[in-house]
Design a protein around this ligand. Structure first.
Ligand code: NAD
Length: 495
């Protein structure tokens, strides 16, 4: 774990102006323009990034294509890719303190969580896919004796990666690592408010021996660089995590350009369902509070709809309130803070808009609801709980992506399933019960990519993550994710 001494030494490091990373080196944006990076910790500027344009995306795609055609990565022995990716993971671990603090200055996540979820998780993901590199086999088809049917697995070509600001390294690695392991070349478009760690990641990849052009990073505004990547005629696939509206655009871009594949990991409004026979109500309350409030609720799988069985409702709400008020919101670079800053002033305003609307629609505010620690200049929000929320309220229908929880009560299993599935989303969920049969029935009944039982939010790289319904399609993580970045080619040979 990172120490407070290390954090204090790194938190004032001069960052300066960061360029793009194209063809193995830092480079200026074609326009020469830049974007100021403001830290949500204190609302102050501390760096700048290049404001890329469509011309920069084009340079990066050309570099990636050139590297792909050259073959020093795409056609290299898998054992070579494994070696380089393993060195890459080692270097990320070596620089974990630096990357974690840099990321927190950029997006405000509490350091305890960021340290594990960002550099360490990214290194683990890269190592996982590095190890898979030389274990992917082609197939021989069961044909008649007069022919030989071979199924080759080949990289797609150039893959575009577009990620959000909540966990840019972790989510970036979920896409970059399998794409590279499969032999593709990659162009990353980081989120405009949290680009710094992905730029540093590209430098470390280069230091690890990744050939020039195999991994490029173009910063800038989503509507400019993201759109240019989505519309590019020489990109074979886009792997995206972010909001539903931008996901829809990417599908349109694909249709308007070269029919590139698009994989979408979108938002959620995940139900967390507490039955009266939950093994330990107090523990369920503590984990549920963390499941919505960690990283200020800016977690795609956050359990933002809490459903509690009526017979234990009052008891559970007491436990939940006490668990919530114990959470310390504060400087994300202080190891004693449980919750850091909201990622930006704009996001905080958006959250407060949801609070105002929930109150206006008749929900009852149990705790929180306001901006706090204003004297810091940063963007901090108190963990917020509303009860008496109903199905027609905005708070139940729309993703806040902030520390705001809506609570409903239910009488029986049937009602719990109906409420849980009454959403356009289907990313995550949880069920708390001591009854094995109830747990298994709920796992089958809930429409979501993941159902947690007697926990919230745990997972590792070995299991897939992704949604159903309007939470998107395609899966990150696990060996299944590798398949997204490989194409099948048939050889039909007459003997
Ligand atoms: P966003 O959709 O606004 O931005 C995501 C990325 O898309 C950013 O890099 C942005 O620059 C880029 N972008 C913006 N406009 C674009 C355009 N016109 N064309 C191409 N790219 C464009 O989302 P956000 O606000 O950064 O992140 C929050 C959202 O991400 C939430 O909805 C959250 O649920 C979702 N999310 C989902 C997961 C998951 O695994 N399903 C994980 C984390 C976050």
């Amino acid at each position: 774990m990172i120490s407070q001494t290390a954090i204090n030494a790194l938190r004032k490091t001069e960052i300066g102006a960061r360029g793009l990373f194209i063809d193995g080196a830092q480079t200026e944006a074609t326009s020469g323009a830049s974007l100021t990076v403001i830290s949500p910790i204190d609302g102050r500027p501390f760096a700048s990034i290049a404001d890329g344009t469509a011309a920069d995306i084009d340079r990066a795609v050309k570099s990636a294509r050139k590297a792909f055609e050259k073959g020093s990565w795409s056609r290299a022995a898998p054992a070579f890719r494994k070696k380089v990716l393993t060195r890459f993971a080692d270097l990320i671990e070596k620089h974990a303190d630096e990357l974690a603090v840099l990321g927190v200055r950029d997006n405000g996540t509490e350091i305890g969580m960021a340290y594990k979820a960002e550099p360490l998780s990214a290194a683990g993901t890269i190592r996982y896919y590095a190890e898979a590199t030389d274990k992917v086999y082609g197939e021989i088809a069961p044909t008649a004796e007069s022919v030989l049917g071979l199924i080759h697995k080949e990289p797609l070509g150039v893959v575009g990666v577009i990620v959000p600001w909540n966990f840019p390294l972790m989510i970036g690695a979920w896409k970059i690592a399998p794409a590279l392991a499969a032999g593709n070349c990659v162009v990353v478009k980081p989120p405009e408010i949290a680009s710094l760690t992905l730029l540093r990641l590209a430098e470390l990849a280069s230091e690890a021996g990744l050939p020039a052009g195999v991994l490029n990073v173009v910063t800038g505004r989503g509507a400019v660089t993201g759109e240019a990547l989505g519309l590019h005629m020489d990109v074979e696939a886009i792997a995206f995590t972010g909001s539903g509206p931008v996901g829809r655009r990417l599908l349109e871009y694909s249709a308007r350009s070269n029919l590139k594949r698009v994989f979408l990991e979108l938002g959620g409004k995940s139900p967390n369902i507490v039955f009266a026979d939950a093994p330990d109500l107090k523990q369920a309350a503590v984990v549920s509070a963390n499941g919505i409030f960690r990283n200020s609720g800016q977690v795609c799988v956050a359990g933002s709809r809490l459903l509690v069985q009526a017979s234990v409702y009052d008891r559970f709400m007491d436990e939940l309130l006490s668990a919530t008020t114990r959470l310390k919101v504060g400087d994300p670079l202080d190891l004693t803070s449980d919750i850091g800053a909201v990622s930006s002033a704009e996001q905080l305003d958006k959250n407060l808009g949801f609070v105002a609307k929930a109150a206006a629609e008749g929900a009852r505010l149990v705790t929180g609801g306001d901006r706090i620690l204003t004297e810091t200049g940063g963007s901090y929000m108190a963990p917020t709980i509303f009860e008496n929320v109903t199905q027609d309220m905005q708070l139940v229908r729309e993703e806040v992506f902030g520390p705001v929880l809506g609570v409903m009560r239910f009488e029986n299993e049937e009602e719990a399933v109906r409420l849980a599935n009454s959403t356009v989303y289907g990313l995550a969920s949880a069920v708390w019960t001591a009854n094995l049969s109830t747990a298994h029935r709920m796992v089958r009944a809930i429409n979501a990519g993941v159902v947690h039982v007697n926990t919230y939010g745990g997972a590792d790289i070995t299991v897939p993550l992704g949604g159903v319904k309007q939470s998107g399609f395609g899966r990150d993580k696990s060996l299944h994710a590798l398949e997204k970045y490989l194409d099948l080619k048939t050889a039909w040979i007459a003997l």
